[in-house]
Design a protein around this ligand. Structure first.
Ligand code: E4P
Length: 218
């Protein structure tokens, strides 16, 4: 399972990268705004800075909602670095843009996916990644994990190459459950990744080992 971090915060990206388990980064316009990154020039520079920290794929989202705008923007983003994956919304123009990019060797991540039908369209349009938002489904009392499971089934039925990128991860159990289902990738905040480290018995056991070692050396 690939681990992506879902943030535009450079310190968080560095921390996950330093742990040695990071495979990529996803961002979105809200995450960029949260870091105070505004204006085209600054946004493009920020993507370049992220690419310098990580070796894997970095999703950069288009703001345009029409086909021509998405193509223009996506091409400019893809030119920044080979690591860039053009993130496109699941709309009619988004599906058309996804098809165009996949035919032109540009990696894509179809975002804001909330149903199996949408995921099927993304795969047929040749998306590199599809991003079902499980946390946002959970937020409205709908089973987000069930969606990941159903997309897995459909993609396996037809051996689609599109990778399931479980997005809108909120906590460690989302990651664990996505791994059980067989999501290809998960993207979550640093806290959800670091949460995987925690177990009280690890802390208790380590404290005991160190105490016994110290006694033996007295
Ligand atoms: C996906 O790529 C999105 O950036 C993200 O996972 C959305 O998460 P949220 O629902 O926590 O905003």
């Amino acid at each position: 399972m690939k681990f992506f971090i879902d943030t535009a915060n450079l310190a968080d990206i560095k921390e996950a990268q330093d742990l040695g388990i990071l495979d990529g980064v996803t961002t979105n316009p809200s995450l960029m705004a949260k870091e105070g990154i505004t204006g085209e020039k600054n946004i493009l520079k920020h993507y370049k800075d992220i690419c310098k920290i990580v070796e894997g794929d970095v999703s950069a989202e288009v703001i345009s909602t029409d086909f021509d705008g998405m193509i223009k923007e996506g091409k400019a983003l893809a030119k920044l670095n080979d690591q860039i994956v053009v993130k496109i919304p699941m709309t009619k123009d988004g599906v058309k843009a996804c098809k165009y990019f996949s035919e032109n060797g540009i990696k894509t991540n179809v975002t804001l996916v909330f149903s199996v039908g949408q995921a099927l369209l993304a795969a047929k349009a040749g998306a590199t990644y599809v991003s079902p938002f499980l946390g946002r489904l959970d937020d409205i009392s709908t089973d987000g994990l069930n969606l990941i499971e159903e997309i897995r089934l459909v993609y396996d039925n037809y051996l689609y190459d599109t990778q399931i990128l479980a997005a809108s991860i909120r906590h460690t159990m989302h990651i664990v459950n996505c791994a059980k289902i067989g999501a290809d990738v998960m993207t979550g905040p640093l806290s959800s990744i670091m949460g995987l480290l925690k177990h009280p018995l690890t802390d208790i056991g380590l404290a005991q080992f160190l105490a016994d070692h110290a006694k033996g050396n007295q």
